[in-house]
Structure formats: structure tokens, C-alpha cells
Design a protein around this ligand. Structure first.
Ligand SMILES: [Zn+2]
Length: 225
């Protein structure tokens, strides 16, 4: 999912396409040629964009968790398209340190990954201007990881959403909440308010991406995918 999606309006419809790559490569397969690109895929009229309706690029909903300090990160070993499906067994959850090291709970205990979380859903939890909290975050994270709660022996492969890696990450978020004098969040609260809306955005992006890959474009409201 490395292509850039652009959006423009024609035929009173929002139309989504990949950008044209400058040179033909295998990755460019299925993308419109320069000639096709100048036409509306619905009415085949030549597109004449002026300044106010120029195509805009659609931001990718995935980010490199190693570049997002003090965050709750959700990734999938099978690639980012699995994040949108919210199959709990496919997802892995971690907490980044201030330097982007992803701390995550696995069968072998707590791992500290400095790579492998390049396409994730990330929820940054500490605003950059709170230097004190950033410092506290790192210290607390190290201490939290070394408690006996997160040993390999205690990792149960329940294959159930909310267990293991998710519980580890949420427990840490709540640990910081309490330190900050705030009420801890239940799993339902945290997931419903902070995670599921983002998952929905990702699902929609993936749906549009796959439709473009298949049909060359996606027209909002016209073509059901
Ligand atoms: Zn048109």
C-alpha cells in the first residue's frame, strides 16, 4: 500500500485515483497512463482543473511508530491492510518510548523493537511540549516492563481481543493516567473513544485503495465496493 491517492471532483462526485508515477515500473501497473489521467473516468471529459478544484492528496492513515514518541501503536505482521479489519489475532499493540522504541508484550516477555512498526495506527499520548512527562514516561515504561506482570510465563495465548499485548499497553496508559491524577479508562472506553474511530478511517482508506487498485479509480457514492 505504497501508492499515493488523490481526490478530485467531477460529475458532482468525489473521484479517487493513484497519482501517475513518472516512469513505468511494475508498481505502476494498473495505474492510469498520462492520457487516461487527464480524463474523468466517469464521463471521459478532459479534466481542466483550476486552482480551486485541483486534486488533493489523501493522507495515509498509517504512520511509522518509531517516529511517534510516547504513543499507543497498533500494527500487524501481515501488513497495514489488516489493521482495518480489526481481527484481534492479526494485530499487535505496543507503547513507544520517547525515542520510538516500541515496547510490546509477547510470548517471550516484553520486547523492545527499534524496527518493524513502520506502518501503524498511532495514538500519540504525550504532547511534545510536556518535556517533564516525556521524561517520566520513559522511566515509568522501563519500570513497568520489568514488573512480574509481564513475564513469558504469564502470557496466555487466549487469542481474544483485549488480552496480552493490548492489556499490557492499556495498563501502561492507565498507569500514567493515575500518575497524572486522572481516572483509568476501561478497555471499552479506551477502544470505543480512541481506537475504533481511527480503525474506521483506516478501513475506509483500505477500501478506497483496493477499489482503485482493482478498477483504476473509486467514485464515492457511485460505485459500491
Ligand atoms: Zn466527469
Amino acid at each position: 500500500m505504497d501508492r499515493t491517492i488523490i481526490k478530485f471532483n467531477h460529475c458532482e462526485t468525489d473521484i479517487y485515483r493513484f497519482t501517475v508515477l513518472p516512469h513505468f515500473t511494475e508498481a505502476n501497473e494498473g495505474a492510469p497512463s498520462h492520457e487516461e489521467f487527464k480524463q474523468c473516468p466517469l464521463c471521459f471529459e478532459t479534466l481542466a482543473f483550476d486552482l480551486l478544484n485541483a486534486p488533493v492528496s489523501v493522507p495515509r492513515p498509517f504512520v511509522n511508530a518509531h517516529k511517534v514518541p510516547c504513543a499507543f501503536a497498533i500494527g500487524s505482521v501481515h501488513g497495514p491492510s489488516f489493521i482495518g479489519e480489526w481481527h484481534d489475532t492479526e494485530l499487535h499493540v505496543g507503547i513507544t518510548s520517547s525515542t520510538g522504541v516500541v515496547h510490546n508484550y509477547t510470548l517471550s516477555g516484553v520486547r523492545r523493537d527499534d524496527q518493524g512498526w513502520e506502518k501503524c495506527l498511532c495514538l500519540q499520548l504525550v504532547p511534545p511540549w510536556r518535556n517533564n512527562l516525556t521524561h517520566t514516561w520513559d522511566n515509568e515504561l522501563e519500570q513497568f516492563c520489568s514488573t512480574s506482570d509481564w513475564t513469558p510465563e504469564r502470557f496466555h495465548e487466549e487469542r481474544e481481543f483485549g488480552s496480552c499485548c493490548y492489556a499490557f499497553a492499556l495498563a501502561f496508559v492507565n498507569h500514567i493516567q493515575v500518575l497524572e491524577g486522572k481516572t483509568p479508562l476501561s478497555k471499552e472506553e479506551f477502544t470505543g473513544t480512541h481506537i475504533l474511530p481511527r480503525i474506521k478511517t483506516i478501513s475506509k482508506y483500505i477500501q478506497v485503495y483496493q477499489a482503485i487498485a482493482q478498477h483504476g479509480f473509486y467514485a464515492a457514492g457511485q460505485r459500491k465496493v
